[in-house]
Ligand binder design. Structure first.
Ligand code: ACO
Length: 384
């Protein structure tokens, strides 16, 4: 074998290092299938297009948790359970009210989910935990947004869908059917996506036989990063930077300049998809319609100009985060909440993977190749 050196150490004897675990298959799963070459995405047997047209977020939770769709009675029961668990324990609510108003919403969400563990019934099983976490995340997000704006916190309703109730708690008024459907569709689209970084984190924590609250807390931490879920907030910040430039805003020149400077354009590229992300197809349509309805068509036009420039210059397509940003913006939602909304949906996938990992568990423990010196002599501190 030819000599290959890292840090002057011959590593040709060792297995190849897969940076970023690219292409490594670590688990089998029944939760989702992604074909990066054709852009096919399936959740537990159903194509994303079928789900986007027909499913509610609650149906999708049931599907991901049970690998089958619920019948009417099962769906009613799940809805009932989710509605009954929306309230937050008083200490968690107090934390949300009193924490730094300038804190990042994703940090507040992460801490709040972690706190929930302390107030959960110790007898609760994993299904009850999954329902409780899924039900409470929207309440946490809406409560913090209102608290930081000095507005009164709106208690969750005991009726309505997750999407309806979230918008109600966020805005303090009941949403219309169109807004509820848009939010529900966003929740459906974001609910699951194979071995992405946050789901891998969730499974890694689960595999140590830790609890679901810890696993979801860790997953939220992973989702927060701009290379993962945090990209949707970053996309909106990019578009808002262009907006500030007013009449001279030029999304094509902006994109080209960033590429020349070897900067990443947020909302583009994907580890698995080498074609248009199928989730972005739905969001693109919603983005166009909503931007036009709300007088933000310039944002949609700039987005399309960036899509074309990225395709021409780098042959890179947008991912799920690109058009979701303008969808949420058109709904009047503040950009730093976008990643929280992602978490509000992805919790369905995280918890589904938690069940799957636990049912067939093995500790997740890869290796790292040591590439530094060995046999160094100890030097006393005074002599260093
Ligand atoms: N802008 C510009 N160039 C890009 C982008 C981008 N958004 N994405 C990939 N590239 C280029 C890289 O510069 C690199 O080019 P090079 O070979 O000339 O150096 C090549 O494409 C491969 O990129 P990697 O970063 O090595 O690809 P990887 O699979 O590791 O990364 C990732 C995937 C992190 C999503 C990347 O595309 C990226 O950083 N995108 C921007 C952030 C983003 O939108 N993240 C959300 C992803 S979807 C989700 O997690 C929900």
């Amino acid at each position: 074998m030819a000599e290959q050196k890292i840090n002057n150490i011959d590593v040709s004897e060792y297995p190849h290092i897969n940076r970023g675990l690219d292409g490594i298959v670590a688990f089998s799963t029944t939760k989702s299938s992604i074909d990066g070459k054709t852009g096919e995405l399936i959740f537990s047997g159903y194509h994303i297009e079928t789900l986007a047209e027909n499913a509610t977020f609650e149906e999708l939770c049931f599907l991901l948790w049970n690998d089958r769709l619920p019948n009417k009675k099962e769906l009613d029961e799940l809805n009932q359970k989710l509605r009954s668990k929306r309230n937050l324990p008083e200490p968690v609510l107090n934390y949300i009210k009193t924490t730094n108003k300038k804190a990042e919403p994703m940090s507040v969400l992460r801490t709040s989910v972690s706190m929930l563990a302390d107030f959960q019934d110790s007898e609760a099983n994993d299904t009850e935990n999954a329902i409780a976490i899924t039900a409470k995340i929207p309440t946490i997000i809406a409560a913090f947004d209102r608290a930081r704006k000095g507005k009164e916190i709106v208690a969750p309703l005991k009726i309505g869908s997750t999407a309806y109730n979230f918008l109600y708690m966020l805005n303090g008024e009941k949403p219309g059917q169109a807004a509820e459907r848009t939010m529900d569709l966003c929740l459906v689209i974001h609910a699951e996506h194979g071995m992405n970084a946050s789901t891998f984190t969730c499974r890694t924590i689960c595999a140590t036989e830790s609890d679901m609250f810890s696993a979801v807390t860790g997953a939220i931490g992973a989702l927060k990063g701009p290379l993962h879920g945090g990209a949707n907030t970053a996309v909106m910040n990019t578009l808002l930077t262009l907006k500030e430039q007013d009449e001279v805003a030029d999304p094509i020149a902006f994109t080209k300049e960033k590429l020349e400077n070897k900067e990443k354009i947020m909302g583009f590229g994907h580890r698995v998809y080498k074609v248009f992300d199928p989730r972005a197809v739905h969001l693109r349509k919603m983005s166009k319609e909503l931007s036009e309805e709300t007088g933000h068509e310039y944002l949609y036009k700039w987005s399309e100009a960036m899509v074309k420039t990225m395709k021409d210059e780098k042959n890179i397509d947008p991912n799920v985060d690109f058009f979701s940003a303008t969808v949420y913006y058109s709904m009047g939602i503040q950009p730093d909440l976008y990643t929280c909304i992602f978490a509000m949906s992805r919790v369905a996938g995280w918890t589904a993977h938690f069940f799957e990992q636990k049912a067939n568990n093995r500790l997740i423990r890869p290796r790292a190749l040591y590439v530094a010196e060995k046999n160094k002599d100890w030097v006393p501190v005074e002599e260093r």
